[in-house]
Design a protein around this ligand. Structure first.
Ligand code: CA
Length: 226
């Protein structure tokens, strides 16, 4: 169960940045390059939120915004460049819920998307809680509970858990993990990742030979069990 987000963006780099970072938060991202395919995707299955680039090829983002509002209250976040300042205002008038300006900070953008989802459905646990059997991860409070007991994690152990559990089944190489977390590491080496992970696993009660949560994929890296 994950929030379905539709990203309407013709720029591949930005679309990928959004897909990766929202995916890490446990959201399922579908990407469309233009308004026509976005409308088809929305008709197929209503997303929980739409991230909308205004400068699209063909039918522009403002027209798409208007078309969506005619039929639903799906939250819309406009992702716009500075030169589209006036369009941003128009977008809000047409019923968009919020906007961010390119270039945007990834953390800010993720926070805005979560806020939109919360506003749309305050009861929804989708944006905050990840539940894996006896393990519950609260990505808002940045805490974890195992068998009903809080797990005492360091900031780095928590971030590792959040990263891996954001994409269950996906193998993260040590290099990829290092890339994501290096700003918070005193010693940015792959071996440091291994020792933080070993401590995280101990706290999760994971047996290295038959782990419940974090698998070692020999020669590749680590994987949160799906
Ligand atoms: Ca564009």
């Amino acid at each position: 169960m994950s929030a379905r987000i539709l990203v309407v963006e013709d720029d591949d780099g930005i679309a990928e940045l959004l897909t990766i970072n929202l995916g890490r938060e446990g959201m399922a991202v579908e990407r469309c390059r233009d308004a026509e395919s976005a409308l088809r995707a929305i008709a197929r299955e209503e997303p929980e939120a739409i991230l909308l680039d205004l400068g699209l090829p063909g039918v522009d983002g403002l027209d798409l915004c208007r078309a969506v509002r005619r039929r639903s209250r799906t939250p819309i976040l406009i992702v716009t460049s500075r030169r589209e300042e006036e369009d941003k205002v128009r977008g809000l008038e047409l019923g968009a819920d919020d906007y961010v300006t390119k270039p945007f900070g990834v953390r800010e953008l993720v926070a805005r998307v979560k806020a939109l989802l919360r506003r749309a459905d305050p009861e929804s646990p989708l944006t905050k809680m990840r539940v894996f059997g006896p393990l519950e991860i609260d990505t808002e409070r940045k805490t974890a509970v195992l068998d009903g007991q809080p797990v005492d994690l360091t900031a780095m152990e928590y971030r590792l858990l959040e990263l891996l559990s954001g994409a269950p089944g996906r193998v993260f190489s040590r290099g990829q993990i290092l890339d994501q977390l290096k700003d918070d590491l005193d010693a940015p080496f792959e071996r440091t990742i291994d020792s933080h992970l070993a401590r995280l696993r101990r706290k999760l009660g994971d047996d290295a030979r038959d782990p419940r949560f974090v698998d070692t994929v020999r020669g590749l890296g680590y994987r949160f069990k799906a």
